[in-house]
Design a protein around this ligand. Structure first.
Ligand SMILES: *Cc1c(COP(=O)(O)O)cnc(C)c1O
Length: 369
């Protein structure tokens, strides 16, 4: 096994789901987004743990992500959050995925594809209440729902929206979310007034779960929260699920004035000792962390020095290090520096950090219950 590995703590993931369950109470279903290989954690294992912990449904972004879950024998409902191409519809139907639809043309295409296979297709109607991405205007929701209802081979299984700033507690953002939710309720009510059952109503991402009780409706879709990163203080308390580890490949002395790595950006300020780590930007350790991120060894932090290479990077251990060769090194983990800290250094979000851990980094699943 490679020294560099991502430990996926399934027990923490389960606990995070339980935390969401305790917060939202027994009624709303939990849909677990496992898109992008479960935010880098491994879609199949996370999906199994999620269903085991009581999730009602899963969500993916692409048809092949859905197919991977089906191939693993997962039979739960799977929402398809991004719009597929019309030519992908036969596969959507074959895999039993539930697309989110929001326009007349696509509804017609979906109905035709379903009719061709002779199998009815469940869809959810997506309403754009202010995210500005997929979704129909709230005023058109009833009309589109009627369109779906008229199609013999389509079934309206749910109605959804997506929140743009639910993770923010800035007052203007809170007000914006309230406005989005009001628009959503109007759209859903219009569907009901037209005599159509909107199905499962859902609108909450992680921010919605943590900050907006009125976004929970029949089902919530928290992603990053379940992977252990909360958008802010508040319940549930969650723990990061992924831990990125490596081991020291080589320890060697460097003389004052010598330089380390490409571009010679770091010069040893004194006689010191460096550790070479077998992890680089091709593993997802962004090159922009060069020179401004600490790794943790035996609970102590050491700075990355010089440029991060494709497959390796270097750490300054100081002149008299206690660190030994092959010792474990934490790049991020729940007990030390987290992926959120790494994201902050890079000006991004923890999602991009965990999604960015390359496939060549083996995922090791731990599940001490
Ligand atoms: C990814 C996604 C989610 C989950 O978002 P988080 O911010 O990770 O909670 C929910 N709904 C939709 C439509 C998404 O695309």
């Amino acid at each position: 096994m490679r020294a560099t590995k991502a430990i996926i703590h399934l027990n923490r993931f389960r606990r995070n789901i339980q935390g969401v369950r305790e917060k939202i109470g027994p009624r709303p279903g939990i849909c677990v987004p496992v898109k992008a290989d479960a935010y880098g954690h491994g879609a199949v294992q996370i999906a199994r743990a999620a269903l085991d912990a009581g999730a009602a449904c899963l969500a993916v972004a692409t048809v092949s992500e859905g197919a991977e879950l089906r191939a693993a024998g997962i039979g739960a409902p799977i929402l398809l959050l991004s719009l597929p191409l019309p030519e992908e519809l036969p596969e959507v139907i074959f895999q039993g995925l539930i697309p989110l639809v929001s326009d007349r043309d696509f509804i017609r295409e979906a109905a035709r594809a379903a009719e061709n296979t002779g199998k009815p297709l469940e869809v959810h109607l997506k309403i754009d209440t202010g995210m500005g991405r997929l979704g129909c205007p709230p005023e058109e929701a009833a009309d589109l729902a009627a369109n779906i209802a008229r199609e013999k081979y389509l079934l309206l299984g749910g109605t959804a929206t997506h929140l743009a700033v639910a993770d923010s507690s800035v007052p203007e953002d809170v007000a914006y979310t309230k406005k989005q939710l009001a628009r959503f309720r109007e759209g859903v009510e219009a569907i009901r007034r037209a005599g159509i059952d909107p199905g499962i109503v859902h609108g909450a991402n992680s921010g919605g779960v943590v900050f907006h009780e009125d976004s929970w409706f029949d089902m919530v879709r928290p992603g990053i929260l379940l992977y252990g990163y909360s958008p802010g203080p508040g319940k549930p308390e969650v723990t990061p699920v992924m831990e990125l580890l490596t081991q020291v490949s080589l320890i060697k002395p460097v003389k004052k004035g010598e330089t380390v790595s490409y571009g010679r950006t770091w010069t040893a300020p004194q006689d010191t000792v460096i550790a070479i780590l077998p992890v680089g930007y091709a593993d997802g350790l962004s090159r922009s962390l060069s020179g401004n991120f600490p790794v943790t060894i035996r609970g102590r932090r050491y700075p990355l020095v010089g440029r991060i290479c494709m497959d390796q990077c270097m750490v300054d251990l100081g002149p008299e290090p206690e660190v030994r060769r092959w010792e474990e090194v934490t790049l991020f983990g729940p007990e030390t520096v987290t992926a959120a800290d790494m994201a902050a250094v890079l000006g991004t979000i923890p999602y991009e950090i965990t999604c960015g851990i390359n496939k060549r980094v083996p995922r090791i699943y731990r599940d001490s219950r």
